[in-house]
Design a protein around this ligand. Structure first.
Ligand code: ADP
Ligand code: MG
Length: 386
């Protein structure tokens, strides 16, 4: 049966903030939520009915988890193919295993895109010593070497400025299967988050513009400042990828716009995405509720924005450096929405929460969210000390 109604139980593989916000959406619609992750007291587990602490490779745990739920979905995609097959034996799994396999492996992902005639950065595989020279002559410099699997927030990547640096870079990455890709001169980065239902119904949130700091998403603004032609192309690519994978759920595509105006796919995320956190406050239906509706076989909701623009700023552990951030100061702006993920140790680079602001224009939204961030940090300003 593919219609999974309120009162049913959703299983979420992964325990982070994406699962937490998904669980909030699911709870609001009267669903029960189970989560499986290796850690205790996870951001998702704090909201779920049941938190199972097990490794994603513990097949007995994955089996028991799948048997107890009506549908399994993901907030973390780097789960082994074996675990997905095991879950598929005992429950409906959405998105499907093929979508996960393509999205979790950079070489499979880029080959899939190229085979479908979709725009992708020039790339070449690096699996053996012999591949090094071939990859360098195909891609050239500057380039970036990335591990094929399990990279995130810029981890597992090395910039290559000169051909002779490639071998040392590969050694730094543990001589694991990797992909060499051209390093593009970027004008900007955007993402499109699409939702696709069981019957192929499709919806999207429109291009969102993303600025990174130290390879980690810093600020997202919707709508992205791009031409209508680029926006339409990015939306079309997202739709085509989702149809080709028979994808059910939420898929985010990160795109590069090169300085010469070309749009190319950077990577796929087969789940809600950090750049879509603003949809929680800014849209009639958030990416999380949309994921729930899609994986349950329900009609999709309206992605319409409640105001013309919105911005989101990530709160990383770094802002705890001088003590607890000044929450009250940021919340003194009455329209600022503060989200915290319930994580207890604020390590540098760790995503702890975010701020969202709605506004009449993207420029205003960005300025206001940065002003809120400034207020959060205000007690670190010596002038603010008595
Ligand atoms: P992650 O999985 O860590 O998000 P990405 O491949 O998205 O890895 O890379 C992180 C960021 O690094 C990108 O958002 C972009 O800012 C920069 N980057 C990565 N690859 C390239 C490239 N080929 N050209 C230019 N910038 C890149
Ligand atoms: Mg990325």
């Amino acid at each position: 049966m593919s219609l999974i109604l309120p009162g049913s139980t959703i299983g979420v593989l992964g325990g982070g903030q994406l699962g937490r916000m998904f669980a909030m959406a699911a709870r609001r619609l009267g669903y029960r939520v189970h989560t499986l992750a290796p850690d205790h007291d996870t951001p998702t587990g704090q909201i779920a009915d049941l938190e199972i602490n097990a490794s994603y490779d513990d097949m007995d745990a994955v089996r028991a988890f799948a048997q107890a739920v009506d549908v399994v979905t993901f907030e973390f995609e780097n789960v082994s193919a074996e675990a997905i097959v095991e879950a598929e034996r005992h429950a409906i799994v959405r998105p499907n295993g093929r979508s996960l396999a393509v999205a979790q492996h950079r070489l499979k992902e880029k080959s899939f895109l190229a085979e479908h005639g979709l725009p992708v950065v020039p790339f070449a595989p690096v699996r053996t010593d012999a591949d090094l020279a071939a990859a360098m002559s195909a891609v050239g410099c500057p380039s970036v070497l990335k591990t094929a699997t399990s990279g995130y927030d810029g981890k597992g990547q090395v910039r290559i400025e000169k051909p002779e640096d490639l071998e040392a870079a590969w050694t730094r990455l543990g001589r694991r299967e990797a992909v060499l890709e051209a390093f593009l001169d970027l004008d900007r980065e955007i993402s499109v988050i699409g939702a696709r239902g069981v019957d192929g119904e499709w919806s999207h949130f429109g291009p969102i513009e993303n600025a990174h700091a130290r390879h980690i998403l810093d600020v997202s603004v919707a709508p992205a400042n791009v031409s209508e032609a680029i926006a339409a192309q990015a939306v079309d690519v997202t739709h085509r990828v989702m149809d080709a994978l028979d994808f059910v759920g939420i898929l985010c595509i990160e795109f590069f716009i090169a300085r010469d105006g070309r749009l190319v796919v950077n990577e796929l995320a087969p789940r809600p995405h950090n750049s879509g956190h603003l949809t929680f406050d800014a849209c009639r239906t958030s990416q999380f509720e949309q994921q729930l509706r899609a994986v349950c076989g329900l009609p999709l909701g309206s992605p319409e924005m409640l105001q013309p623009a919105a911005a989101m700023a990530n709160l990383l552990g770094d802002i705890w450096e001088g003590g607890e951030p000044n929450w009250a100061a940021a919340l003194s702006l009455p329209d600022v929405k503060l989200h915290l993920y319930g994580k207890s140790s604020p390590r540098p680079g760790r995503k702890m929460g975010h701020l969202t602001v709605l506004a009449l224009s993207p420029t205003e939204a960005r300025a206001r969210v940065l002003a809120a961030l400034e207020l959060l940090l205000s007690k670190h300003d010596p002038r603010a000390q008595p």
